[in-house]
Design a protein around this ligand. Structure first.
Ligand SMILES: *Cc1c(COP(=O)(O)O)cnc(C)c1O
Length: 398
């Protein structure tokens, strides 16, 4: 019997058309094929503290977390998260009702958007944005409304008038990210106060991705927007262990918010992963209690690496936006006589054996991001030095 014929239909549902593969897969494959130094994807090339890894081993051996942990996360970790928010920021959260452990920040973002966004709602996001935001807004049936960070005075800056103008009657929430990947911008107290005032005035929710909260440099200070007047009751704060403790493979994240918001996000989360990373949750609970000296050490190490890479990039002829936070630096390739970051990044491995990511992929308005290229410095110093030496070959007068 002849097979029934149906009209051909794309396998991937329409909401996610265009989200087929990420640039990271292409660039990482290019790195392997050309033997290049991969400064594209942001994962450290050395693991975090030994004692945290050992805490995970102990939990595995002792049979803690090897069976389904509690849905909201183990109490030890929820308590450690609440204590961290209190100690660092003076924000009080009840570990039983106001903390939810997730499969990394990635699941926290997805569950928050799926929980809080109705089809047709508008979601304002700072452009360029982390690649999962656009996909998750699309999965939720929302409409994304980018507000573009623009270079001004050596930093990618949020234009508060543009933000205000982007709010409509359909706006449901503002999706923030500070410290900001890929630009390295850390929103200032004044900027956050203005965003907060707008959210209160227009009765908006804020979902804020703060996974780089500990990775700030110089005079930059990370402030959680949940601490601003009127914000605690309308903010879902997201963080994660991956970046802070250099265990990006563990995927232990969390949200802090009111019981109502946590309840909504948990309703979705329970059907995404239900739970994850049982024994690792015990280890992260210990990590959150590391003394301040640990965080200072992480920052000092990254600050030195940032110098190595930023100097190398400047010497190679790039325009460099030295980041105030994160472990990424955004560069401008126009001083090198280039304008198309995608073409530049595709050619860079052959030209000098280094892989970077074109910021254009983080924009809806791709032309806005065309001349910008992102490099990570969460790699060993000798690797960064070697990358800097290779990149020098690009300098117009080299
Ligand atoms: C890495 C990253 C995440 C994902 O965090 P996980 O805990 O690994 O899921 C989320 N947001 C931003 C901005 C990131 O850079």
């Amino acid at each position: 019997m002849a097979a029934m014929t149906r009209p051909l239909r794309p396998l991937l549902n329409r909401r996610l058309a265009g989200f087929g593969t990420t640039i990271f897969a292409e660039m990482s494959a290019l790195a392997v094929r050309t033997g290049s130094i991969n400064l594209g994807q942001g994962f450290p090339d050395t693991d975090g503290p030994e004692e945290i890894r050992e805490a995970a081993v102990r939990a595995l051996r002792d049979g803690r977390g090897n069976q389904y942990p509690p849905g909201p996360g183990i109490p030890e970790l929820r308590t450690a998260v609440a204590e961290h928010q209190q100690r660092r920021y003076g924000l009080a959260y009840d570990p039983d009702t106001e903390v939810l452990v997730t499969a990394g920040a990635t699941e926290a973002i997805a569950a928050s958007l799926l929980a809080l966004v109705e089809p047709g709602d508008e979601v304002i996001a700072l452009e360029p944005y982390y690649d999962s935001y656009a996909a998750c807004i699309a999965m939720a049936g929302g409409t994304r409304v980018p507000v573009t960070l623009r270079p001004r005075d050596g930093r990618f800056t949020l234009d508060l008038d543009e933000l205000r103008a982007a709010v409509t009657d359909r706006t449901r929430l503002i999706l923030l990210n500070t410290p900001h990947n890929p630009t390295g911008t850390v929103l200032s107290r004044d900027e956050l106060a203005a965003v907060a005032a707008l959210a209160v005035e227009r009765d908006l929710l804020v979902v804020t991705d703060e996974v780089y909260e500990h990775l700030v440099f110089g005079t930059a200070e990370h402030l959680p927007i949940a601490g601003f007047p009127g914000m605690r009751e309308r903010t879902v704060t997201i963080s994660s262990a991956g970046k802070t403790y250099s265990y990006t493979g563990w995927k232990i994240g969390w949200i802090t918010a009111t019981p109502e918001l946590v309840g909504a996000v948990r309703s979705v989360k329970q059907y995404l992963t239900y739970v994850s990373g049982g024994p690792l949750q015990y280890a992260v609970a210990e990590a959150l209690r590391l003394p301040e000296a640990f965080y200072e050490g992480v920052r000092a190490d990254l600050r030195a690496k940032r110098e190595v890479l930023c100097q190398g990039l400047a010497q190679a002829g790039f325009g460099v936006y030295a980041p105030a936070g994160t472990y990424f630096v955004t560069t401008d390739i126009r001083p090198l006589g280039e304008t198309d970051g995608v073409a530049f990044c595709r050619a860079l491995p052959e030209r000098c054996g280094v892989v970077a990511i074109p910021n254009a992929v983080f924009y809806d308005h791709r032309h806005q991001g065309a001349p910008f290229v992102r490099f990570t410095f969460c790699k060993r110093t000798e690797i960064l030095q070697e990358a800097a030496a290779r990149l020098k070959g690009l300098a117009p007068n080299a």
